[in-house]
Design a protein around this ligand. Structure first.
Ligand SMILES: CC(C)=CCC/C(C)=C/CC/C(C)=C/C=C/C(C)=C/C=C/C=C(C)/C=C/C=C(C)/C=C/C=C(C)/C=C/CC(C)(C)O
Ligand SMILES: C[S@@+](CC[C@H](N)C(=O)[O-])C[C@H]1O[C@@H](n2cnc3c(N)ncnc32)[C@H](O)[C@@H]1O
Length: 376
């Protein structure tokens, strides 16, 4: 491979960075010392990341963060309430303190700043708890890569969508509930990034149990709402809409978006955390379906975490890359890749919209260019 000047620069840089003598020098020399320490810290965090995650998992599973949110407490009270021996509670409290989740206060403990921020993001506790499945699959990452993903604990959570029967009430329950629990952090970003007021009828494709539609519906009372998902998931949405008093504004369609046509008559279709679940061929088929279903000049509103998002690179290709590998289908795509797919599916006016927290949610909108002319 002809790597050019950049390849030569990388070779030269890496020669020095991997040299123990250069590392010793850089750690001692006053001008390079802060950089060397920062790099060592970053690498240490990378090596130790699983341990940190498991300390967080223990904080969530024992209810420690929720308990400290009531107010500061002493070690003996905490140990009794979270049902750990005194030494175990102390070990957990010290570990969580080192991670900023807990804070020492006199001879007791208070909720730490990061612990408070995590509590403020509904759905993270459920995400952390279900990582038990992901980490079981990632115990042997090379084996997972060799077999092309899937076939493990995480894929069991969502495999209903790949079954020929497309799931019954029991098999869709856990995954749908997890998606609904984590939807607020996505919906908040997505809804702030775009004005839905200019539309009349919104169809949420792969809308799960309706948490996103409910959030938009509350923000824009005049909008008529439609939800398309597999029948057993749609049934769960019906229960949510009934109890939220939204059923008169809402139409639920049970079906398979790769096999059944989407209902016509909507001037905006949303696709929230759906495209990245699918391999390229299915993802293209779905985009073409949406283009056909939209009324002329209608809008596609697409929101999901995206690869190569500046400042959030590890969330895309590292976290979601391996998460979707364990799930057994799909991949995170960059905004550029999604834009190219949208163009190929017949969309125009493709716009990347700013969100406040791109690490969890990026948004792209596009307009249907030539409805009814494309085939699936
Ligand atoms: C007031 C004082 C004292 C100081 C001011 C200083 C200051 C400004 C501090 C800032 C404090 C602050 C407001 C912090 C905010 C922190 C936030 C917003 C943290 C958010 C964290 C979000 C996290 C960790 C999100 C994690 C999300 C995950 C892991 C999502 C996973 C999603 C999955 C697996 C989705 C699956 C869908 C599928 C299946 C792939 O389709
Ligand atoms: C990752 S979830 C996202 C749910 C929701 N949009 C959210 O963000 O919380 C993907 C959704 O797509 C649905 N889905 C997957 N394959 C489908 C198919 N072939 N036809 C219809 N819905 C499907 C799933 O049932 C699930 O509700």
């Amino acid at each position: 491979m002809n790597s050019g000047w950049r390849g030569r620069w990388i070779g030269w840089r890496n020669h020095w960075l991997s040299s123990p003598r250069f590392q010793r020098f850089a750690a001692r020399f006053p001008l390079t010392r802060p950089i060397a320490r920062r790099r060592a810290r970053t690498l240490f965090d990378l090596v130790a990341g699983f341990t940190y995650s498991q300390i967080l998992a223990a904080c969530i599973e024992t209810g420690l963060l929720e308990m400290l949110a009531e107010g500061p407490q002493d070690t003996a009270t905490i140990a009794a309430r979270i049902d750990l021996p005194l030494a175990g509670a102390e070990r957990l409290l010290r570990g969580a303190t080192a991670l900023g989740l807990v804070e020492r206060l006199g001879d007791g403990w208070a909720l730490g700043g990061d612990g408070a921020a995590l509590r403020g993001n509904r759905g993270i506790a459920e995400m952390v708890a279900h990582h038990r499945l992901l980490y079981a699959d990632l115990a042997d990452p090379v084996a997972l890569l060799r077999r092309g993903g899937g076939g493990g604990a995480l894929s069991g959570l969502w495999h209903y969508a790949e079954d020929s029967g497309r799931g019954d009430a029991a098999s869709v329950a856990d995954y749908s509930a997890l998606m609904a629990a984590s939807q607020p952090m996505v919906a908040a970003q997505a809804i702030d990034a775009y004005s839905f007021h200019r539309h009349r009828r919104l169809l949420d494709v792969g809308g799960g149990e309706g948490a996103f539609l409910q959030a938009v519906g509350e923000r824009v009372p005049a909008l008529a709402l439609g939800l398309f998902d597999l029948p057993a998931v749609g049934d769960r949405a019906r229960v949510r809409f009934d109890s939220a008093g939204l059923s008169t504004r809402t139409q639920i369609y049970g079906g398979d978006f790769l096999r059944n046509p989407l209902p016509p008559g909507y001037d905006i279709i949303s696709l929230i955390r759906v495209l990245h679940d699918h391999d390229d061929a299915s993802a293209m088929a779905l985009l073409r379906q949406i283009n056909r279903a939209l009324s002329p000049g209608g809008t596609l509103f697409l929101a999901e975490p995206m690869a190569e998002t500046r400042g959030a690179e590890p969330a895309g290709d590292a976290y979601f890359g391996f998460y979707l590998l364990a799930m057994g289908s799909g991949r995170p795509r960059s905004a550029k890749e999604i834009a190219a797919m949208l163009r190929a599916a017949g969309f125009s006016h493709i716009r990347h919209r700013r969100t406040a927290m791109p690490i969890t949610t990026c948004v792209i909108t596009a307009k249907s260019k030539c409805p009814n002319k494309l085939t699936i």
